[in-house]
Design a protein around this ligand. Structure first.
Ligand code: FAD
Length: 562
């Protein structure tokens, strides 16, 4: 049985940063990932990472922009930590080998991102996540003596002892189907978001909410789950992302009449208002008949000098050509808002501690909450690194003060039985893919940019029905080697749990704030709703709702305009 001070589930940016920090603090570490670490979804991050590094900028300005971007739902103590620690983290990355863009004078170059009052986004062309992930992996290799990597291992469940402490996890080796208990003094979830609960989404097929559901099932609270980000510039149909870096470099948004419509919605910031504002503006143009017949508006990248586009936005030139047949350096491309990011997740403090002792969370799976109602572009990579590092350090410290727990190995037999039951399902149930597609379409219809009570009630009904169907969904592969059918069946269960938490929280919040716009409650209502919604398990019933206060340090809520 693998036994370590710190077990980390997930090897994207949050997980690898946590592993490095824990190893540097002297802990023995195991890091588990269902895909090879450099295929983790962080690899898709394009536009960059924020830090107030320029002497004319300040961490206070970055923090205020983040608080305002969050529509005042972000916890300001955590936001202060993230923005204060950002410059050192960026320099650490640079020194570790990330080849950030430099300007003509040799200084680190920046681009503007939405909702920011200064250009403070540092980038590597439009492959920033790729660059960061590879450098961290390289760094992890240095610690091979104390960090054991379990690549292509799938965590099915978290383990608790009789006192309710998390003491590790059960994992399946995807190569041969072998189950194993991982014993640990501290466990860190770094398993990413849940974009696959929606269709389309910018998120890859592996982003299935596993950690959120696993933590929820053992009693950890989820927070801000109603806050689901729709990114303003996604390709129609397939949802592929065109990075905000395009607007940061000067691209315009146009409706079908050729109007630069953001002048009406955000006269100061225009295309670089925060994402919730831009997505709503686009959807309003489309709903009111000023979009194109394919339900889109246009992104005009021709405003950016062609040479600059080819240098700094190469990937989206390729995406335009390969996935839409458009040369974006010569003509506008049709885009619309699409599912992108979970602001909510497993509730943690600023050291990554969840409400379950021994269990930590960091990155997109977690909710610290630094993004509140709406995340600013390029603040997520920062969140993964700052809070990944802090969780790694704290988890290592805790491990130093704890003896190795006795792990309830009998749970493996339960999980093995449940997997055998999946493999043994009678043919003839509904296909997994059909259930997942209905879930994604329902969420995209009713729990998207605009929501209302009736639509949310319909969505809840569908999710409950799909939860009943999922345990009988048919699978084809009955083998043990890389059985992706079994994994997809387990992941579908996670997605349904996460989707229900999103819907229940969205039903509960009877106001409009950040990414949650209720057409039946169109105003922000600080008197009643300046609070977090926490979601916890409630047996077979719909999840239980409770509230927790928003931490305000120095920025009182104000009207939010851009
Ligand atoms: C297209 C795109 C572009 C983006 N661009 C930017 C940007 O420019 N700037 C920015 O700040 N943010 C950006 N984001 C957001 C940002 O990339 C993500 O929020 C962030 O990278 C998430 O990192 P993570 O470490 O939390 O999770 P991930 O990178 O998703 O890693 C999750 C890890 O968990 C593992 N895992 C999951 N479930 C299991 C399981 N059951 N068992 C074992 N392992 C498991 C996976 O294998 C993986 O290793 C972008 C997002 C997308 C989709």
């Amino acid at each position: 049985m693998p036994s370590h001070d710190v077990l980390i589930i997930g090897a994207g940016l949050a997980g690898q940063r946590a592993a490095l920090a824990a190893a540097q603090a002297g802990a023995s570490v195991s890091i588990v990932s269902k895909v090879h670490p450099v295929r983790s979804h962080s690899v898709a991050a394009a536009g960059g990472i924020n830090a107030a590094l320029n002497p004319e900028d300040s961490w206070e300005s970055h923090a205020f922009d983040t608080v305002k971007g969050s529509d005042y739902l972000g916890d300001q103590d955590a936001i202060e930590i993230m923005c204060r620690e950002a410059p050192d983290e960026l320099l650490w990355l640079e020194h570790a080998g990330v080849t950030f863009h430099r300007d003509g004078t040799g200084h680190l170059g920046t681009r503007a991102f939405g909702g920011a009052s200064a250009a403070r986004t540092y980038y590597v062309a439009d492959i920033t996540g790729h660059a960061l992930l590879h450098v961290l992996y390289e760094q992890l290799m240095k610690h091979h003596a104390t960090v054991d990597r379990y690549e292509e291992w799938f965590t099915t469940d978290l383990l608790q002892d009789d006192d309710g402490r998390c003491v590790g996890a059960i994992c399946r080796n995807l190569r041969d189907g072998r189950m194993e208990v991982f014993n640990a003094k501290s466990t860190i979830l770094a398993s990413g978001g849940a974009g696959q609960a929606y269709e389309p989404t910018t998120n890859g097929l592996i982003v299935t909410g596993d950690g959120m559901a696993q933590a929820f099932r053992i009693g950890a609270k989820l927070m801000d789950m109603e806050m689901v980000q729709y990114h303003p510039t996604c390709l129609a149909g397939n949802g592929i992302l065109i990075t905000e870096g395009a607007r940061g470099e000067g691209a315009w948004l146009l409706n079908a009449n050729g109007e630069r419509f953001m002048e009406r919605y955000a006269p100061n910031k225009l295309e670089l208002a925060s994402r919730d504002v831009v997505s709503r503006a686009e959807q309003t143009e489309i709903n009111e008949g000023r979009g194109f017949p394919d339900g889109t508006v246009a992104l005009d990248v021709t405003k950016v000098p062609r040479r600059r586009t080819l240098e700094a936005l190469r990937e989206i030139v390729n995406i335009g050509r390969d996935f839409a047949g458009v040369d974006i350096t010569r003509e506008p491309i049709h885009i619309r808002p699409g599912n992108h990011y979970m602001m909510g997740g497993v509730k943690t403090d600023s050291d990554g501690r969840t409400t379950v002792p021994g269990l930590y969370a960091a990155g997109e799976v977690a909710c610290v909450s630094v993004h509140g109602g709406n995340r600013l572009g390029a603040n997520s990579l920062l969140d993964t690194l700052i809070f990944g590092r802090r969780a790694g350090q704290h988890a290592a410290r805790r491990a130093g003060e704890t003896t190795m727990p006795a792990t309830p190995t009998s749970r493996v037999a339960d999980v093995e039985r449940s997997i055998a039951a999946i493999i043994g399902r009678e043919p003839g149930g509904r296909r997994l893919g059909a259930i997942k597609r209905e879930l994604g379409a329902t969420m995209n219809q009713h729990v998207a940019v605009f929501r209302d009570g009736d639509g949310l009630a319909k969505a809840h009904e569908v999710v409950r029905r799909l939860k009943e169907q999922a345990p009988n969904a048919a699978i084809d592969d009955r083998g043990s080697v890389f059985n992706q059918d079994v994994i997809a069946a387990i992941e579908l269960g996670y997605l349904l749990d996460v989707a229900e938490a999103i819907v229940v929280a969205a039903q509960e919040r009877k106001e409009s704030r950040g990414a949650q716009f209720r057409t039946d409650f169109p105003q922000r209502n600080d008197a009643e709703w300046l609070k977090h919604i926490d979601i916890s398990v409630n047996g077979a019933e719909a999840p239980r709702v409770s509230y927790s206060p928003v931490t305000i340090t120095r920025w009182q809520p104000e009207e939010r305009t851009y």
